[in-house]
Design a protein around this ligand. Structure first.
Ligand code: HEC
Ligand code: HEC
Length: 344
C-alpha cells in the first residue's frame, strides 16, 4: 500500500519543529535552517515520517556548560540528584521505571518520565503539553520535590559560588551566572541530544535495507492508521489525542489492575481545564521506543507488544492479531537511532 496523503503530512512534519524547539531558540527557524543533514532530501519524501536531522547548530561553549550542569547534583538542594538521575541514556533518555522513583527522595514522581532525546522536535513538552518552550519546562524539574527540589534563586547562588562555573559563564556572558543563562545552557545541551541515523531514516535515504518483516510492519503501521497520530520527524510529539478514542482505557485499567483514575490521568485537562481535554495526551514520539519501557503516561505497560495491542484496542477499536503486533514491533525497532554519549 502506498501512502497517498502527502501534503498534510509534510506540513505536520514542519509544524513539529515549531513550538518546544522554536521557543527554545527565541527567534525560531534556526532549528530548521541550522541543521546539517545529508538526509535532508527526504523533506520531500512521500512518507508520513521524516528523517531526523543530524544536528542543530548551537554555541559549543553553551553546550559544554549545559552538559556539565546536566550531570551535576549541584543543581539539587541537597547535592544528591542531577538531571541524569532520571534521564539515563542507556534507558533511552528516560529512567526505565513506571514513575520517577529516586532513592534520594521521599516524594516519588506521579507520571512516567518522558525521554530527553529529540525534544526540540516535540511541539510541546510533557505528556500533557504543559510547557511550550524548553526553557520554561525547566521549572518542573527544578522545583519538583521528586526531582531537584529547589528554587531558582538558591540554584543560581550555588552555581555562582562555584568558581569553575562562574568563570566559564563569564567567558560567554558579561552577566555570568544568571537564571536566564542557566536555562540557556541546559537547553543548548538538550538540543544536541538528537538520535539520528536510525535504520528507518537510513532506509528513507536509500542507504539501508529493511527486512521484509520490518517493511510489512511499516505498511501495517500506515494501513491501520497508527500514522494518523504518530507521524512527522519524531513519529509523534506534534498533536494531542484522547487516550481511549474507541474504548474506556481507564475503566479497563481499574478492572485489570485495581489502579483508579487519579489527577495525572486527566492529561491535558490539567493545563486547559476544558472538559474536552480530559484524558487527552500528547501523542508521544516513537523514536527509540524500544528503549523507553514501561509505556504510557502511567507506565502501566511493560512491553512494546502489549503497548501496540492497547493502541489497537483503545485508539483504533481493533483487536490486532498477534502476528501483526510482532511485525509492527519489528518496524518500531528500526526507529532506534544512534544515541549520544552519556556524559559524566
Ligand atoms: C525525578 C526525576 C527527574 C529529574 C531529576 C529530572 N527530570 Fe526531566 N522529566 C521527568 C519526568 C517525570 C518528566 C515528564 C513529566 C510530565 O510529562 O509531566 C520529565 C520531562 C522532561 C523533559 C520534557 C521532554 C518532553 O519532550 O516531554 C525535559 C526536556 C526534561 N525532563 C529535562 C530535564 C532536565 C534538564 C533536568 C535537570 C535540570 C531534569 N529533566 C531532571 C523526571 C525528571
Ligand atoms: C488516535 C491517536 C493514536 C493512534 C491512532 C495511535 N496512537 Fe499510539 N499513542 C497515542 C497517544 C495519545 C499515546 C499516549 C497515551 C498515554 O500514555 O497516555 C500513544 C502511545 C503509544 C505508545 C507508547 C509510547 C510511550 O512512550 O509510552 C506506543 C508504542 C504507540 N502509541 C504505538 C501505536 C501504534 C503501533 C499504533 C497503531 C496500532 C498507535 N500507537 C495508534 C495516540 C495514538
Amino acid at each position: 500500500m502506498k501512502w497517498l496523503v502527502r501534503g498534510p503530512f509534510h506540513a505536520w512534519a514542519c509544524a513539529a519543529l515549531a513550538a518546544c524547539g522554536h521557543g527554545a531558540n527565541g527567534s525560531g527557524g534556526e532549528d530548521v535552517d541550522g541543521h546539517e543533514s545529508p538526509l535532508a532530501e527526504y523533506s520531500d519524501s512521500e512518507e508520513p515520517i521524516a528523517a531526523l536531522p543530524r544536528k542543530i547548530d548551537v554555541d559549543p561553549r553553551q553546550v559544554d556548560l549545559g552538559k556539565r550542569l546536566f550531570v551535576d547534583a549541584i543543581l539539587s538542594h541537597d547535592g544528591k540528584v542531577s538531571c541524569l538521575s532520571c534521564h539515563p541514556f542507556s534507558k533511552g533518555g528516560a529512567d526505565g521505571k513506571a514513575r520517577a522513583d529516586l532513592a534520594a527522595r521521599d516524594t516519588k514522581g506521579k507520571i512516567n518520565v518522558t525521554t530527553i532525546f529529540n525534544v526540540p522536535y516535540n511541539a510541546t513538552c510533557h505528556w500533557s503539553g504543559e510547557w511550550d518552550t524548553m526553557e520554561g519546562q525547566l521549572d518542573t524539574p527544578v522545583t519538583s520535590k521528586a526531582a531537584l527540589a529547589t528554587d531558582w534563586p538558591s540554584l543560581v547562588r550555588r552555581v555562582r559560588d562555584n568558581e569553575g562555573y562562574r568563570r566559564s559563564f563569564e567567558a560567554v556572558w558579561d552577566d555570568g551566572v544568571t537564571e536566564t543563562n542557566i536555562r540557556r545552557v541546559l537547553v543548548a545541551y538538550e538540543k544536541t541530544l538528537i538520535t539520528p541515523d536510525a535504520r528507518f531514516d537510513r532506509w528513507l535515504a536509500h542507504a539501508e535495507v529493511l527486512t521484509d518483516a520490518e517493511l510489512e510492519g511499516y505498511q501495517l503501521f500506515k494501513s491501520y492508521g497508527c500514522v494518523s497520530c504518530h507521524q512527522g520527524v519524531n513519529v509523534g510529539g506534534n498533536m494531542f489525542e484522547k487516550l481511549g478514542v474507541m474504548g474506556d482505557y481507564f475503566a479497563a485499567r481499574e478492572r485489570d489492575t485495581g489502579q483508579p483514575v487519579t489527577e495525572v490521568d486527566y492529561g491535558r485537562f490539567r493545563v486547559t481545564k476544558r472538559e474536552e481535554d480530559r484524558y487527552v495526551f500528547r501523542v508521544p514520539s516513537l523514536r527509540n521506543v524500544d528503549l523507553t519501557a514501561p509505556y504510557f503516561h502511567d507506565g502501566s505497560t511493560a512491553t512494546l507488544e502489549e503497548a501496540i495491542r492497547t493502541m489497537g484496542r483503545y485508539q483504533l477499536g481493533r483487536e490486532l492479531d498477534e502476528n501483526h503486533i510482532v511485525l509492527i514491533a519489528a518496524f518500531l525497532r528500526t526507529l532506534d537511532g544512534v544515541l549520544p554519549e552519556e556524559p559524566g
